[in-house]
Write a protein that binds this ligand. Sequence first.
Ligand code: ZN
Length: 99
Amino acid sequence: MKRQSTLDYKFLGNCPICSSEFNGSYASQIEKVDSVQTIYVECKKCGSSVVLGVVKNMPGLVTTIGMLTDMKQKDIKRIRNLPPITPDDVLEIHKYLEQ
Ligand SMILES: [Zn+2]
């Protein structure tokens, strides 16, 4: 099977507010740095806007980090100006979760 190099929308996870599964058609990629994709997604159920960091460090293993935002799709240019999520941030979160 050919592995997709683009965003695999089934790994978007769930809304931090209402726990409903994110729908890929509501998602836009903001940027991609190495193995980390930053994605903006709107929850179709509660309308929350979330910026996700999707990390693929190895095949089959995907980590997502959700950050609630008050930005909307039209603000995406503004989101692009934010510091990107880096693999270091992911490491920090892993450390935090392991405590
Ligand atoms: Zn929601």
